[in-house]
Write a protein that binds this ligand. Structure first.
Ligand SMILES: C[S@@+](CC[C@H](N)C(=O)[O-])C[C@H]1O[C@@H](n2cnc3c(N)ncnc32)[C@H](O)[C@@H]1O
Length: 233
C-alpha cells in the first residue's frame, strides 16, 4: 500500500541520512555548519550537492557511480526526499545524505569552499520571478560562497526559456562553459551521467520535449550580474 505524506514525514524523522532544517533553526547556525561539515566523518572526499533534488535521482545514481565522492540532495519537500533517502538506506549508500531546507539559506549549512559541484535538475523556470529562479544572480552569489573557486554548476531543463536565461547569465558574468547541448537524447544518449533520468525529466520526455543540459565553472567574484536588467547582487 502506498504511504501517505504524513506517514512519510513521520518515518523520515528517524532516517539517519536526513537532516531537516526549517528557517527556525537559523539561530543555531554555527552548530549546524559544524554538523553538516561532518556529514561524512569517515572521509574528506569531494562533496556534491543536488539542489531542488525532488526524489534525489542524481544524488543516489551519482553516489553509486562515484563511491569516492559524497552527495547531498537538498529540497524543501520531505515527501519527495523520502524516496531517495529510503533507497540510499536500503542500499547502504554511505556517501549519501539529504537536507530538507529552503535553498535560500543553503549558506548556513556548509562552510566556505566546501562544495565542488552543484547539480540543478529541472528547476521550475520561474519565468515571472527572477528572485526564485535557482540559477539567478541571487542564488549564484549564495553558491559562490560554499563552492570551491571554479566549482561546476550543472543544469538540466526542458525549458527553452531557462536554458537561454542560463546562457545569458553565463555570458553576463564571463563564466566559462564546460559543456552544453540543446538536445541531450539526440546527441548523447549513451552518456552514463547525463542520461540519469529524474521524475520530472521522465514526464517531459513522455510528452516528447527536448532535454537541454549546460555546465559551467562558477568563478568567485564580488558581484554577479543579471543579464536583462543589469541589476548587480
Ligand atoms: C520541478 S521540481 C524538480 C524535482 C527534481 N529535480 C526532478 O527533476 O524530478 C523542483 C523541486 O525544487 C524544489 N525547490 C524549488 N525551490 C526550492 C527552494 N528554494 N528550496 C528548496 N527546494 C526548492 C521543489 O520543492 C521541487 O521538489
Amino acid at each position: 500500500m502506498r504511504k501517505t505524506k504524513l506517514q512519510k514525514f513521520k518515518e523520515i524523522e528517524k532516517f539517519s541520512n536526513v537532516f531537516q532544517c526549517p528557517y527556525t533553526v537559523l539561530k543555531k547556525k554555527i552548530k549546524i555548519k559544524n554538523k553538516l561539515s561532518n556529514l561524512f566523518p569517515q572521509n574528506d572526499n569531494p562533496l556534491i550537492l543536488e539542489l531542488g533534488c525532488g526524489k534525489g535521482e542524481y544524488t543516489t545514481n551519482l553516489a553509486r557511480l562515484f563511491p569516492n565522492k559524497n552527495f547531498v540532495g537538498v529540497d524543501i519537500k520531505g515527501a519527495r526526499i523520502y524516496s531517495g533517502a529510503k533507497q540510499a538506506l536500503m542500499e547502504h549508500l554511505n556517501n549519501v545524505a539529504f537536507l530538507r531546507t529552503n535553498i535560500d539559506i543553503i549558506n548556513h549549512f556548509f562552510i566556505q569552499n566546501k562544495i565542488s559541484e552543484i547539480w540543478i535538475p529541472f528547476p521550475d523556470p520561474q519565468i515571472k520571478k527572477i528572485n526564485k529562479r535557482l540559477i539567478s544572480a541571487r542564488f549564484i552569489k549564495y553558491y559562490s560562497n560554499i563552492l570551491i573557486n571554479n566549482g561546476i554548476i550543472h543544469l538540466k531543463t526542458d525549458s527553452d526559456f531557462l536554458f537561454n536565461y542560463t546562457r545569458k547569465i553565463i555570458e553576463a558574468n564571463n563564466f566559462r562553459i564546460l559543456f552544453q547541448t540543446n538536445d541531450l537524447y539526440k546527441n548523447y544518449q549513451t552518456d552514463k551521467i547525463l542520461t540519469i533520468k529524474t521524475f520530472y525529466e521522465q514526464q517531459w520526455l513522455n510528452k516528447g520535449l527536448k532535454i537541454k543540459y549546460i555546465s559551467f565553472f562558477l568563478q568567485k567574484k564580488e558581484i554577479y550580474f543579471e543579464p536583462k536588467s543589469g541589476i548587480d547582487i
